[in-house]
Design a protein around this ligand. Structure first.
Ligand SMILES: [Zn+2]
Length: 72
């Protein structure tokens, strides 16, 4: 994992058997649910590499919100 395990705004569950990655169609290995940022409650089934990308997208979405919260 390339991101901080403690700060990741993602809930990870096992993907149901036979499910496919939403982004590339390969067999999914995990179901990810965003628990923060603009993707809150957005979830999907992903293979390993797409799961990392999804996590990164959610992580990136948090930065503007964090910066805004700190300035108010
Ligand atoms: Zn994929």
């Amino acid at each position: 994992m390339s991101f901080n395990e403690f700060r990741r705004p993602i809930s990870v569950d096992s993907a149901p058997r036979g499910s496919q990655c939403e982004w590339c169609g390969q067999p999914a290995v995990q179901q990810l649910t965003a628990i923060g940022g603009r993707y809150h409650n957005d979830s999907g089934l992903f293979c390993g590499s797409c799961g990392e990308k999804f996590a990164q997208v959610v992580m990136n979405s948090l930065h503007p919100a964090t910066a805004e919260a700190e300035t108010h």
